[in-house]
Unconditional design. Structure first.
Lengths: 176, 456
């Protein structure tokens, strides 16, 4: 993947002044166990996280302030099978794994109050990030988190499914 | 290892179509020729190089005291521009020359190698400005090149040149014994139909499919002791007082090859299933031939004739006829990428065998008419085995001033134009010439300004 991206970026550099637009279907590179998570938060715990962190390779040319803009969009769904509470869905991008899940997420949506049997579709608004320094390195970490908030006296269980996660990176043509 | 090989392979796939066409065969360091679209109106340059009969013909410019200079010295204005962007004291750190740099661009480096920035590029060829979209997913790889698709060549393409690095000798009575140095390289690429269809029509990569470029490159160099004859076999009406007559020339070369190498094979990658379920498998299976001893040998020859009648002259020359070199000590190795070991293995197929190479036959036909009014018009057709190039140009001299113009059809069959002028002050002249040229990255032309000093 890294090699392919590198070669494509070289090609773009050779092509000239137009933009290179990379539409990356991030979800497709995640395993089924990464995109569908079952959770069960027992009595006594008010908040719990279910998260996935994966590393992606970017072409080396991105390290030269090449990413003009990065936009991200995602869709997810929550099914509450037991108990009540809410689920916060967040997507993070970071240069290192340690930096994931800190700061403001790129994509964020909240299910609102749910009770057993509810199914909620999460559609966080698309975000556009200009000249983002996170993408000025040859690797980027993607973190997806479902944060379950509930009353400490209850149990809450359900399923979280990531239905789509797409990143659109626009690179200026004259990048090298 | 695998990452590097795939990057190289894919880069070759996508870059190969963009390599410059046939290294500018028309390139000249003489601004006079540049201003005339590449034609040489004097009896030097292409004429003597490709037609051995011209050895017996006096250079009209030298003989008459006008026209052609003794030699020209290029004024490399382009180098000033180049070194401004690439300071000479920082070349070691320059991303252009450092493959380890993130900003290393092999295309730019190739362009420098094959199009040395001697002269000033006054109008650069605009590169395609359309967006290029890549859709990347585990199940899909879609490349939409947009308008850039028109740049993907339909036939094989590449670059090559046959040069005579030097040609020295001595003789009498029209006979000459000497030695010349030769250098020939030819690299050709051919996009496999699946790859071409992917880049031009379909845009969607298929699973379990090979995408590759067939590469065939050869380079050889050596010396050639030569025996030649050039003379006027029929004199014109004016006898020895004029150049009129029929001249013939011929040369017999015994080629002594010093070294040669050849690489043949496909380079590309094989998609998985799903397409990007894993890093595509490199496809690299090439044979490399190289001489282990400097013992290439073969015989070839040149022939030519020139007919001059008053202001009119016409010539035809053919070089390197039957030039086939036999290399008695050639090593053949196979380079194969093996997925299981994630490495490129090298197998010696034949440690010491005999192979043959050929030098391409070169043809030149030229004609010129030198009018008494200071006007000279001429043209030539040249084919060095890599496509025919046609030049037609004219020069008008009035006192110390000269105005020049010309057109040419390049190896890509595109029309190019030249215009220029010069001023001569005694033994010194200053010439400037503009000419258009095209590269593979653009459908539009660039303009180069050549400047040179002529010594008369």
């Amino acid at each position: 993947m890294k090699a392919l991206a590198t070669a494509l970026l070289i090609f773009v550099a050779a092509c000239g002044e137009g933009n290179a637009i990379f539409n990356v279907d991030v979800l497709s590179f995640l395993s089924a166990s990464d995109s569908v998570k079952r959770f069960s938060v027992p009595v006594g715990i008010g908040q719990a996280d279910s998260s996935v962190a994966r590393r992606f390779f970017l072409p080396p040319g991105f390290g030269e302030s090449a990413a003009d803009s990065v936009s991200a969009s995602a869709t997810a769904s929550i099914i509450d099978t037991a108990g009540s509470g809410s689920v916060q869905f967040d997507v993070f991008f970071a240069r290192t794994q340690a930096a994931l899940f800190t700061g403001t997420p790129y994509l964020s949506a909240n299910s609102g109050a749910m009770v057993a049997g509810d199914s909620v579709r999460l559609l966080p608004p698309t975000t556009v990030s200009l000249a983002d320094t996170v993408f000025q390195k040859d690797t980027v970490w993607v973190g997806i988190r479902a944060r379950i908030n509930k009353n400490i006296a209850n149990t809450m269980a359900g399923r979280f499914r990531l239905n789509g996660l797409n990143v659109r990176i626009v690179v200026r043509g004259n990048i090298l | 290892m695998r990452t590097g090989v795939v990057a190289l392979a894919v880069a070759v796939l996508v870059l190969a179509p963009l390599l410059p066409e046939q290294a500018r065969a028309q390139f000249s360091f003489d601004a006079r020729r540049v201003g005339m679209g590449g034609v040489s109106l004097s009896r030097d340059g292409n004429a003597r190089r490709y037609n051995p009969a011209y050895r017996a013909v006096k250079n009209k410019g030298l003989a008459a005291g006008t026209g052609a200079p003794k030699f020209s010295i290029p004024i490399p204005l382009g180098l000033i521009d180049f070194f401004k962007d690439h300071p000479i004291n920082h070349l070691g750190d320059d991303p252009m020359f450092n493959p380890d740099s993130a900003a290393f661009n092999p295309i730019a480096l190739l362009d420098i190698v094959f199009n040395p920035p001697i002269f000033l590029e006054v109008k650069k060829a605009p590169r395609p400005t359309n967006d290029v979209q890549f859709t990347i997913g585990r199940n899909q790889l879609i490349i939409d090149l947009g308008a850039t698709k028109v740049l993907i060549p339909e036939q094989d393409f590449g670059l090559g040149s046959t040069s005579r690095l030097f040609d020295a000798g001595a003789g009498f009575g029209g006979f000459n014994v000497g030695v010349m140095g030769f250098l020939e390289y030819d690299v050709r690429f051919n996009l496999d139909s699946t790859l071409r269809n992917f880049l031009v029509s379909d845009s969607t990569a298929r699973p379990n499919t090979s995408y590759f470029v067939n590469v065939d490159g050869v380079a050889q160099a050596g010396l050639a002791p030569t025996v030649s004859y050039a003379g006027r076999i029929v004199k014109g009406i004016g006898g020895d007082s004029t150049d009129d007559g029929l001249y013939v020339g011929g040369a017999l070369h015994y080629y002594l090859g010093a070294t040669y190498g050849r690489a043949v094979g496909p380079a590309g990658f094989v998609t998985g299933n799903p397409v990007l379920g894993a890093t595509p498998t490199p496809l690299l299976d090439g044979n490399v031939f190289n001489s282990t001893k400097a013992n290439g040998h073969g015989i070839g020859g040149d022939i030519g004739m020139v007919w001059i009648s008053g202001p009119f002259e016409v010539g035809v020359g053919v070089d390197d006829i039957g030039a086939e070199l036999t290399w008695s000590h050639t090593k053949i190795q196979r380079y194969l990428y093996t997925t299981s070991t994630n490495s490129v293995s090298r197998t010696v197929i034949a440690p010491d065998t005999t192979t043959k190479t050929k030098l391409p036959v070169t043809y030149l036909a030229n004609a010129a008419i030198h009018m008494g009014t200071g006007t000279t018009v001429g043209g030539d057709v040249i084919n060095s085995g890599r496509g025919t190039v046609i030049h037609i140009g004219a020069e008008q001299r009035t006192g110390p001033f000269a105005v020049r113009g010309g057109v040419s059809r390049d190896q890509r069959k595109k029309m190019q134009f030249g215009v220029g002028g010069g001023v001569r002050l005694g033994a010194l002249g200053l010439d400037v010439g503009f000419w258009t040229h095209s590269n593979s990255l653009s459908t539009q032309r660039a303009i180069t300004m050549a400047t040179s000093i002529s010594i008369y």
